[in-house]
Write a protein that binds this ligand. Structure first.
Ligand code: C2O
Ligand code: CU
Length: 495
């Protein structure tokens, strides 16, 4: 018995060794040897006194066995790597009781969430080691796949890289009635994609690997699982793709050429499903896709080269290749039938550029936005609550960047003067801008009086975290007509 086990381990080790040389191999069974882990749904309870749905999150460090017998130092929420999936419904009041069990200061930011700046968890809302913070808000936006991660100024890349991230799913009345796959972990799978590189047992993370775009790994994992496969028992499966990598952009498709339906982008469902073969996601972006399976099918979600300027930057640590096999789907021999996709999904709730009262311009450079590096005590933009604006964003910096704005879901009005492609027509909070791109975005700063806060800024930044940490970030406040931005920023930042 034990001899067989040892033999299996030796052969397994050999395959692993070969695998690390041949990053993309034939999509054989032994390539995908680990069943995909699914982050648990976070338990919650409704507090009778406040009426809030309460979640608990504890940031902690620990060890994760990504590879058999090798313990890798990592960090996570309520566990050793990544965090549970939070789930709440539009209209619900939520509260998250966060404790920082790390030995360094951190924050928790709700990426894509529309919420008052004081609850946003940006770099001003630091939680010291052993400290706690309990933000609360009313979920006031359509069903969407959002996420959470730390946002300490200058340290975001290293903390996310170690595993501090998780999903936050928002449901609404309509999404609960739609004939889309929505049994979490069964036919509705979170797919948190990260690139990774090992240095012995440790996660590699060093300045040698961080030129220009930031840290790049040489292999990928999903939900913290290396070489993952997922067994599918339904005819249709929904994948909630999240690029939680710190620098790498992916272009996903299936190795057997099958298409899929794009049903949602960062901030929610599209008006109707869109048939696609490839979907590109830069760090921070999400896409919900529905894939159709036949009994016994095998297919691999692969990331293909971008076919644009980004590849040269991304592949420099990968022998010039920019292809990754991300996740194998294995259909069972019999599948439960799924209803066909609805032709109408959602009303999109997109801002109208015709309502804009103000335009602003943002020039993206690695050295800063509009020529300025992030400064914690400087407000860069002041916007008025209840108004719509058009923001023009340009990247002529010779390297890839993206652009993320806190609090809002924007509409992409144009890309280099043209109507955006279908994957950029829905609600977005993060968008990829390859070199030479100009985009016009329409944003609406809505919400009740609690959203006007001259003393607490929201962030806008490049979500290539090395750039963000290096100062490619700015701050805006939302104020009421009669207010002006406060001369001093409140919050507890302690630098
Ligand atoms: Cu995903 Cu400012 O962050
Ligand atoms: Cu950038």
């Amino acid at each position: 018995g034990s001899l067989v086990v040892i033999l299996a381990l030796v052969i397994g080790g050999g395959v692993l060794w070969l695998w690390s040389d041949a990053k993309v191999s034939a999509a054989g069974e032994d390539t995908f040897r680990n069943e995909l882990a699914v982050p648990p749904l976070a338990p919650s309870r409704v507090d009778n006194r406040t009426g809030r749905r309460v979640f608990d999150l504890r940031a902690q460090s620990g060890e994760t066995e990504f590879r058999p017998g090798r313990k890798t130092p990592t960090a996570g929420f309520n566990g050793n790597y990544l965090g549970p999936t939070l789930r709440a419904k539009r209209g619900e009041k939520v509260e998250v009781r966060i404790r920082n069990g790390l030995d360094e200061a951190s924050t928790v930011h709700w990426h894509g969430m529309h919420l008052p700046a004081r609850m946003d968890g940006g770099p001003h809302r630091m939680i010291g080691p052993g400290g706690s913070w309990s933000p609360h808000w009313t979920v006031g936006q359509p069903a969407a796949t959002l996420w959470y991660h730390p946002h300490p100024h200058g340290e975001t890349e290293s903390q996310v890289r170690r595993g501090l991230a998780g999903m936050f799913l928002v449901d609404d009345d309509r999404s609960e009635r739609l004939a889309l796959p929505r049994r979490y972990g069964v036919d509705d799978l979170p797919v948190i994609v990260q690139d990774v590189r090992f240095d012995g047992a440790k996660l590699a993370f060093g300045h040698k690997l961080m030129q220009n775009v930031g840290f790049l790994g040489d292999r990928t994992m999903v939900n913290g699982t290396l070489d993952p496969y997922a067994v599918v028992h339904d005819e249709r499966v929904r994948l909630r793709l999240l690029n939680a990598s710190t620098a790498r952009t992916y272009r996903f498709g299936f190795t057997d050429g099958r298409g899929f339906a794009l049903v949602g982008t960062d901030g929610g469902l599209l008006g109707r499903p869109a048939a696609m073969n490839r979907i590109q996601l830069s760090p921070g972006e999400r896409a919900e896709i529905v894939v159709r399976m036949r009994p016994g099918d095998r297919t691999v979600l692969r990331s293909y080269p971008q076919g644009n300027y980004g590849d040269a930057w991304q592949s420099r640590f990968n022998g010039g290749d920019d292809t990754f096999d991300v996740l194998q789907l294995r259909a069972a021999d019999t599948l439960r039938p799924s209803p066909s996709l609805p032709s109408r999904l959602a009303g999109q709730e997109l801002p109208d550029p015709a309502d804009a009262v103000r335009e602003r311009y943002f020039e993206l450079r690695k050295s800063g936005i509009n020529g300025r590096k992030m400064a914690m005590d400087r407000i860069d933009e002041t916007v008025t609550r209840g108004t719509t604006e058009v923001w023009t964003v340009h990247n002529g910096n010779g390297m890839p960047h993206n652009f993320h704005i806190h609090d809002v879901q924007f509409r992409i009005v144009s890309v280099n003067g043209r109507k955006p492609p279908v994957q950029l027509r829905g609600r977005k909070d993060t968008v990829f801008l390859p070199n030479g791109t100009t985009m016009k975005l329409a944003l609406r700063f809505n919400g009740g009086p609690e959203f006007a806060d001259p003393g607490t800024p929201y962030m806008f930044h490049c979500h290539l975290l090395y750039h963000e940490d290096g100062g490619m970030m700015g701050q805006f406040v939302v104020v009421d007509k009669t207010q002006r931005a406060a001369a001093t920023i409140t919050g507890n930042h302690s630098h």
